[in-house]
Design a protein around this ligand. Structure first.
Ligand SMILES: NC(=O)c1ccc[n+]([C@@H]2O[C@H](COP(=O)([O-])OP(=O)(O)OC[C@H]3O[C@@H](n4cnc5c(N)ncnc54)[C@H](OP(=O)(O)O)[C@@H]3O)[C@@H](O)[C@H]2O)c1
Length: 309
């Protein structure tokens, strides 16, 4: 029987994903009708990225929604969705994030800015410490946080990770819960946020938790904007308590032209480019979940709708 798959994502993605999805599903021997529009009552799967679809009520035959994005905050709380929601865990996305995080950690660790901006004729030989003398904390030990933590630990950094439940990552000191966060921030010279945006993670870094950091700590946020209380971070940057922040994600995107982050001397803004789902690998993940759905097997990467990630 033909499986009806509706692609509901920004239109620019359709010509990229259509041949990949068709090809992989054909290889799996799944007879599929893949389109951007169907009568909702005949759709079996929705391949989803935020683009306007909000009401799933008319999708009476739907078996699952398969997200192209890792972050699902725009759909996890949608009460019209009553079937499984799977998020994206994609090798290309993970690799891209690891490279971005390692690059920005090394920028801080090696003090690269001092030489890019120039020593102004002063022969100042500040040799950077070794990675083994640098404490990096990663908030979030999921698919992305774990990969970044392992890569940094392999370079020799003293890596601490923090998650909601207990985790075990080789070479990484793993902490969880409220007291775990305090310990994780207390000694962190560099903090990387790779948490999802949920009601429980909003303002994880706020005036109180920022105060736990040693003076001059640096912050790297490729997670989501709402993880940080912006007012508290700006105050901590102004006072010098936080030495610098590299921010890839924001509460409002694109970041408004008038936002103080754009002009703050101790903030680097990157425009939500830390990583992205790579179609060649991500299409395989989507097709594997369709295969599983048709075979009656459990879906990969299911979202816990109660937790929101
Ligand atoms: N900037 C970009 O380009 C970009 C690209 C892709 C993704 N992202 C962001 O990166 C986020 C993380 O992705 P992922 O694939 O690593 O997610 P994930 O696999 O779901 O991992 C999330 C991690 O956060 C932890 N966590 C969740 N709620 C928590 C809480 N209340 N307290 C403490 N820890 C909590 C989880 O703890 P447990 O381990 O106990 O479950 C888990 O370790 C995404 O949600 C998205 O927002 C950004």
């Amino acid at each position: 029987m033909t499986v009806n798959v509706m692609f509901s994502a920004p239109p620019r993605l359709w010509p990229v994903y259509k041949p990949l999805l068709e090809n992989y599903l054909d290889e799996m021997g799944i007879d599929v009708d893949l389109k951007t529009g169907f009568s909702p009552d005949v759709v079996d799967y929705v391949v989803y990225a935020p683009s306007g679809l909000r009401d799933f009520t008319p999708f009476t035959r739907l078996k699952a929604v398969l997200s192209l994005w890792a972050g699902v905050e725009s759909i996890a709380d949608n009460t019209t969705l009553t079937v499984p929601l799977a998020r994206m865990v994609d090798h290309g996305l993970t690799q891209g994030m690891t490279e971005w995080v390692v690059g920005h950690v090394l920028r801080y660790h090696l003090g690269i800015d001092a030489h890019i901006h120039g020593l102004k004729g002063e022969w100042r030989q500040d040799v950077p410490p070794l990675a083994s003398e640098r404490a990096v904390t990663i908030l979030g030990l999921g698919a992305l946080g774990q990969a970044a933590a392992v890569a940094l630990a392999a370079l020799g950094f003293r890596v601490t990770g923090w998650s909601r439940s207990a985790r075990d990552v080789p070479g990484v000191t793993c902490l969880h819960g409220g007291d775990g966060l305090k310990t994780a921030l207390n000694s962190a010279e560099i903090v990387v946020l790779l948490l999802p945006s949920t009601p429980a993670t909003e303002n994880t870094l706020n005036a109180e938790t920022l105060a736990l950091l040693p003076r001059g700590a640096r912050i790297i946020n490729p997670g989501r904007g709402p993880l940080i209380d912006d007012t508290a971070l700006l105050a901590a940057l102004d006072s010098g308590h936080v030495g610098h922040a590299t921010l890839d994600v924001f509460r409002t995107e694109p970041l408004p032209a008038s936002h103080p982050y754009w002009t703050h001397p101790n903030v680097t803004v990157t425009p939500h480019i830390a990583s992205e789902t790579r179609p060649v690998t991500a299409a395989k993940v989507i097709c594997e979940n369709i295969r599983r759905g048709e075979a009656g097997e459990p879906f990969l990467h299911l979202v816990d709708r109660g937790l929101g990630y």
